[in-house]
Design a protein around this ligand. Sequence first.
Ligand code: SF4
Ligand code: SF4
Length: 197
Amino acid sequence: MLNMDFTKNPNTTFCGNPGICAECASQGPTCCRCGTSEEELVAPLSGEEWQRMVRLVPWIENGRFVVREHNSHSFIQGIQTLFPGSEHEALNSFPLGGHHLRLAQNNLGQCALLGPSGCLLPETARPYFCQLYPFWFTGETLKVFGDPHCLAIRSLHTADSLCAALGTHPEKLSRIYSRLCLAWGIPPPDRYRVTGD
Ligand code: SF4
Ligand code: SF4
């Protein structure tokens, strides 16, 4: 699933349907699968995020869908790469030797919440990182992960078309990004500051 490797193509900048994600899921591997040796790099899930997910989708509260992962060097490095200029805050939130929550994977590296036509959760109940993907922000600049497996990225080459195909728009993405920052203990850009859900 959502591997935080931002280094594949960190300079790619686009500004950012469920239809295309369902098609992507039918072809695999999608952004909801990672290499079985890369689980430590799966995006973290804050306790607040997990509680929000359980509140919205109570059937996930059976312990199968979330695991506790240690904060490895590679994981911390990945988080710090995601937040240039906030490396110190990232380390405070995810200290070496500490632990964080992440979604569970099956033995193929697929997120336990991935179904044959994509995510089993309604969009608003997904982790913030999932709601954002494949978009990200560096400061206030909207970017796209350099994911060669993303069908949307492979098929669409303009900011507007990528946003439209994924049913989103930059303003919505900025609000989600701010919520993710708050949940992960990183200061959000002033312009995008939000409070709560
Ligand atoms: S929660 Fe849904 S969108 Fe997020 S990784 Fe799992 S299957 Fe994919
Ligand atoms: S965001 Fe991209 S990689 Fe993820 S399911 Fe949609 S098309 Fe596939």
